[in-house]
Design a protein around this ligand. Structure first.
Ligand code: ZN
Length: 324
């Protein structure tokens, strides 16, 4: 695409800023105790504020009250003209679909959700009727990321309870032309590499251990609870002090999936990915090697080994077909 073309595209994209994608939409169900209970059970959140006669909904449920479920909102079945009025007063516009189609036609056919931000203004309580409006807040200039080149789209939703602002939910996606499909990328990268691990201050010790062929598990210095993956604090007691123990390398397949689709560069499907329960009790994810993908079974004993996958990367993997 020439610079002129991309300037013209950006101008057209900017024209979508401020356009509503839905107005006066009504939550499928009022805020209710069963949905709160299911959420808390799924999250393992036992905070007392979310139960009992004065319960509030967990703030992070904000978006849940706006979702239409598999069958969508009643208004979704209305005609697909630019805006449709439904019996409940909802107005839905096709602005987002038009914006997507414009980006598709410019070659930005892939999409990835990048992040979400929520602000909480007022708690939601069982019985509250939720209404919401959503608007295309911004479209970024053309950006190149590791995935490809495209534009970030930010949608802002305002969620109200009985007419009062309860919170805002911003959702951002990158709509892009995949980098792997450009000729330059294919030339410069003859052999695709596995993704690099994201090493940060919280997990650097784990990867330092891998470099020495030691699988290190964090142990809380207060209550001795083991934890994996690496985290700054203890989920059991909240302590931020910890040391490590080196795993023996014995484990069993707690569960597994066989990856068929989607294909990722550097991976040749089908292959098995195991959730391995270490002899020490914590679980971690890793490739199961040494047996065909369709011979992996729950409960199978596996043993740790470190495999070099390319010049710069060694990974812990789990070899099956060994007797402990
Ligand atoms: Zn602890």
């Amino acid at each position: 695409m020439s610079t002129d073309d991309s300037d013209a595209l950006y101008e057209a994209l900017k024209g979508f800023e401020g356009r509503p994608t839905s107005s006066a939409s009504v939550g499928r169900d009022p805020v209710n105790e069963p949905m709160i209970r299911h959420w808390c059970e799924a999250m393992g959140d036992t905070h007392p504020a979310y139960a009992g006669p004065d319960a509030i909904a967990p703030p992070t449920m904000l978006q849940a009250w706006t979702l239409g479920g598999l069958s969508g909102h009643p208004a979704d079945s209305a005609d697909s003209a630019d805006s449709a009025d439904s019996a409940d007063g909802t107005r839905r516009s096709s602005a987002y679909e038009e914006l997507s189609a414009l980006l598709d036609s410019a070659g930005c056919t892939s999409i990835v959700a990048t992040d979400c931000e929520q602000e909480y203004v007022r708690p939601l309580r069982p019985g509250d009727t939720v209404t919401f409006d959503a608007v295309i807040e911004s479209v970024s200039p053309r950006k190149t990321t590791r995935l490809g080149t495209g534009h970030f789209i930010t949608t802002r939703m305002e969620i109200r309870a009985d007419g009062e602002l309860a919170g805002t939910h911003r959702f951002r996606v990158l709509k892009y032309a995949p980098a792997a499909k450009t000729a330059e990328a294919r030339q410069g990268d003859p052999k695709p590499l596995r993704p690099r691990p994201v090493v940060n201050r919280d997990n650097a010790g784990f990867w330092a251990g891998v470099a020495e062929h030691r699988l290190l598990v964090q142990r809380c210095a207060e209550c001795a609870t083991l934890r994996f993956p690496w985290l700054p604090g203890c989920n059991a007691c909240g302590s931020r002090t910890w040391d490590t123990v080196e795993a023996s390398g014995a484990g069993t397949v707690y569960s597994y999936v066989v990856m068929h689709h989607p294909p990722f560069p550097a991976f040749a499907p089908p292959y098995a990915v195991g959730l391995i329960e270490l002899a020490e009790g914590v679980r971690m994810i890793g490739n199961v090697v040494g047996v065909p993908y369709d011979k992996v079974r729950i409960g199978m004993p596996v043993r740790l080994e470190f495999q070099r996958v390319d010049d710069d990367l060694e990974l812990p993997m789990w070899r099956a077909g060994v007797e402990d």
